[in-house]
Design a binder for this molecule. Structure first.
Ligand SMILES: O=c1ccn([C@@H]2O[C@H](COP(=O)(O)O)[C@@H](O)[C@H]2O)c(=O)[nH]1
Length: 473
């Protein structure tokens, strides 16, 4: 009985502190939802933490597991409290592997063959729990149970069971809603809306996912974890342009003159700083001023491809000091994860981004499907750093919070004499899934770059609108 009373008390407290909200929201995996949970706030409420610990304690006490492991980050303090109270060892899973040599994902003392109980706050598809399970299993640790606060009843239980993990939850969405109606916190009408939503919606399983191309840029800004991606989505939505201009010119005056004319029509300006003959610090000041005044971000297409230590030096030092002025840079995944660790550690707390090259537009390039897949997997370990991918296909990645940047765009399907392949705006946005199209010579070499920028901007935007309205001819 005491358990039931405390459970109801917790439901009301979660509602009171806005850990559960009702309205019109979107989940991380891109699904519309009338109810939203943000349990990150619970750390600020010791009484809520105490109640949660009380309610989960018996499951921990009765478990034979050697260790507890909270899914980062929200469940970490909950797991810590349970570990102390139940006197059970805790392990910690890193979100990204430790630098320099050791690729350790699990911290703490453990032996292969031991077992671990997972603690999580909210489960939708179960993918976050499964990521933690995967890293523990790699270390030889057995996992067969996850205890969680709330089951959204959208397929997570089934996904976990399919992977051999039983899920035990304090609340299901249905019974949480019933408690809130009982205590007059929400109306029966709202409860019915949530129930209808549950009846008709199922989260993507770990193998299916939403089509990111059908989600608006405004919504995708909410789903981005990298701050540059978020900002870029917001600029695109505000300026109604998904055009990136590639300013492949060799003099600073020409670049600044061009940007003065086309800057208002683009969301992103892509530079190749090493082709500029008179690069100087005044140019940096001026291009940054333009980027603020005309509201675009700067991508230095440096295509880093060396060991981490060298890339860190290349990023911060030398003539160009790219890290000081470029919002984001392009990077090859070829050298391995060290390159991302290096850049992650070189941003000095400033929001910066990385576009990883997963595919190229040039004929006969040596990138294989396996390389592309491994690149996308590598990126998943650095959600705060990765802005998106330079790639050519909509199936290359699924995460709606990331951006597909596609070069090789002109108004006619064609190519150049050195292997560049061009596709039209329609083809890259509607068929190939590009979010931002990169246009270089199509604008730079035009008689009136400004007029041509408007032509590209309008063509690309029209395709994007067609794409999200679902009217694909
Ligand atoms: O796969 C890739 C990656 C990068 N690029 C770059 O984009 C521009 C394209 O210029 P165009 O004049 O429109 O051909 C250029 O700076 C390349 O370095 C690419 O083309 N393909």
């Amino acid at each position: 009985m005491e358990y039931e009373i405390k459970l109801e008390e917790l439901a009301i407290k979660l509602f009171t502190i806005d850990a559960v909200k009702f309205g019109d929201f979107m989940t991380k995996s891109g699904l519309k939802t009338p109810v939203y949970f943000d349990l990150r706030v619970i750390v600020s409420y010791p009484d809520v933490m105490e109640l949660i610990t009380f309610l989960l304690y018996n499951s921990v006490r009765d478990s034979k597991c050697n260790h507890l492991c909270g899914v980062p980050y929200t469940a970490l303090p909950v797991a810590t409290l349970l570990s102390v109270q139940a006197k059970r060892s805790m392990l910690m899973r890193r979100k990204e592997a430790k630098g320099y040599g050791t690729k350790k994902m699990i911290e703490g003392h453990y032996k292969a063959g031991e077992s671990c109980l997972i603690i999580e706050d909210v489960v939708t598809s179960g993918s976050s729990v499964l990521e933690t399970v995967k890293d523990l299993v790699k270390e030889g640790i057995k996992v067969d149970t996850a205890i969680i606060i709330l089951d959204r009843e959208q397929g997570g239980r089934q996904n976990l069971a399919a992977n051999g993990v039983e899920m035990k939850s304090l609340f299901t969405m249905t019974n949480l809603i019933e408690i809130l109606v009982k205590h007059n916190k929400i109306t029966q009408e709202m409860a019915n809306e949530v129930k209808e939503y549950l009846r008709t919606t199922k989260a993507p399983s770990s193998t299916e996912a939403v089509d990111r191309a059908s989600i608006s840029f405004e919504k995708r800004a909410e789903l981005a974890t990298n701050q540059v991606a978020k900002q870029l989505f917001e600029i695109i939505a505000l300026k109604k342009t998904n055009l990136c201009i590639s300013v492949d010119l060799t003099s600073t005056a020409k670049i600044l003159d061009l940007l003065e004319k086309v800057g208002e029509h683009v969301c992103l300006v892509k530079t190749h700083v090493d082709i500029i003959e008179d690069f100087n610090s005044d140019f940096v000041i001026q291009i940054k001023q333009l980027s603020k005044r005309l509201n675009f971000l700067i991508l230095e297409d440096r295509k880093y491809a060396d060991i981490g230590n060298t890339v860190s030096l290349q990023y911060l030092n030398g003539l160009y000091k790219i890290g000081e002025w470029a919002d984001c840079v392009t990077v090859h995944s070829l050298p391995g994860e060290g390159i991302l660790k290096a850049l992650n550690g070189s941003t000095n707390g400033v929001s910066r981004g990385v576009f990883l090259l997963a595919e190229m537009s040039s004929e006969g390039n040596l990138i294989t499907p396996d390389y592309t897949k491994a690149t996308v997997e590598m990126a998943a370990k650095y959600p705060d750093l990765i802005t998106g991918f330079v790639c050519q296909n909509k199936d290359t990645f699924k995460d709606p919070g990331l951006i597909q940047l596609t070069p090789g765009v002109q108004l006619e399907t064609s190519g150049d004499s050195l292997g560049q392949i061009y596709n039209t705006p329609e083809k890259v946005i509607l068929d190939k899934g590009a979010d931002i199209a990169v246009v270089g010579r199509g604008i730079v070499a035009a008689k009136s770059p400004e007029t041509q920028a408007v032509v590209y901007k309008n063509a690309l935007w029209k395709c994007y609108q067609k794409r999200i309205s679902g009217k694909m001819e």
